[in-house]
Write a protein that binds this ligand. Structure first.
Ligand code: ADP
Length: 309
């Protein structure tokens, strides 16, 4: 059945990749071949995950990214259709690059080794963003991550600033970014590791979360929301710092929690909720997501989130 979504769209611009997981007794050494089992292929990419989260939370969502002219690219288009997401701004690589892929080995201890080729994702260009401008003008906000070309992220952030469209950035996975980028963000949503890395610190630095969040805010973003795993999230803006507690759940797999958080947060903002209310919704949705295995399978629907009060 056709899903009809109301309200001004949330634009999610970012990556799509296919993740392929295979379990093995031990990781292969150089030159070694080891038997694997339980092969699984799933939708991934932080952009696409966040778009799905936003759609399941009830948002009218537009997703833009670049995929290959291959069956994995078709999987992306199918996913968008299934989730009721507008995919008409997804472009296909013009240079023959494949859709993004991630290869994941999981050993008996549950540790993983991951190799990612962003491939076509890196081709989303300023020109593609320009072609979207009429659609972006109708959007309530734009949400991006750092799994595509950094120049395209900067270009989009500047375009949003010029057009007066709120720009939300999840600086994940962490990459060195130009100094001006935080200042172009209306909302910047790092997790604890990304926040430390953004400050040039070791990922395990003992700086307090409060200090890290304040120092990130001083880099120029309108509002910093630092996610704290089970502890919830810290909000820092010009009015000060607020903490929103996490929900208590039986966590089985936290992969994708940050993506669920970002997508849900943006839907709540698009609905006109204030920052704290939006974080409260995101904390609930992300908390529910860690109670199930996987990423896409674990992203909850609005009904489930609202039912936990
Ligand atoms: P990431 O997934 O990017 O590493 P976090 O671990 O900070 O980010 O998680 C994002 C959000 O997911 C948190 O703000 C919280 O709302 C929720 N969350 C993560 N882990 C748990 C947990 N164990 N229990 C409850 N909520 C969680």
């Amino acid at each position: 059945m056709e899903k009809v979504k109301c309200g001004r769209p949330v634009a999610v611009i970012g990556s799509y990749a296919v993740g392929m997981t295979i379990a093995c007794g031990h990781f292969p050494a150089a030159g070694e071949t080891v038997p694997g089992r339980n092969f699984e292929m799933m939708h991934g990419g932080k952009g696409s995950n966040q778009a799905v989260a936003a759609a399941r939370l009830g948002g009218n969502v537009l997703f833009a990214g670049c995929v290959g002219c291959d069956s994995f690219g078709d999987m992306c288009m199918d996913l968008m259709k299934e989730e009721g997401i507008t995919g008409s701004y997804i472009v296909r690589s013009e240079t023959g690059r494949s859709t993004g892929v991630g290869l994941i080995y999981v050993n008996e201890e549950g540790e993983n080794e991951i190799v990612i080729d962003l491939a076509a994702n890196e081709e989303l260009s300023a020109g593609d963003i320009d072609r979207m401008v009429p659609a972006l003008k109708e959007c309530s906000l734009v949400l991006m991550q750092l799994e595509i070309n950094m120049d395209t992220v900067i270009y989009t952030a500047e375009k949003c600033r010029e057009l007066g469209i709120p720009f939300v950035l999840n600086p994940a996975p962490y990459r060195q970014m130009p100094e001006k980028l935080p200042g172009l963000c209306d909302y910047l949503i790092p997790n604890q590791t990304e926040a430390r890395l953004m400050l040039g610190l070791d990922a395990r630095s003992e700086i307090s979360d409060e200090e890290a969040a304040s120092r990130i805010w001083e880099m120029g973003a309108g509002c910093v929301i630092m996610t704290l795993g089970a502890d919830g999230a810290l909000i820092v803006d010009k009015t000060g710092m607020t903490k929103v507690d996490g929900i208590r759940v039986n966590a089985v797999d936290t992969t994708g929690a940050g993506d669920t958080f970002c997508g849900s947060f943006c839907v709540a903002l698009a609905e006109g909720k204030d920052t704290k209310e939006a974080v409260a919704l995101a904390v609930k949705a992300a908390g529910l997501s860690v109670t199930k295995y996987g990423v896409i399978q674990s992203i909850p629907y609005r009904k489930e989130v609202d039912s936990i009060g």
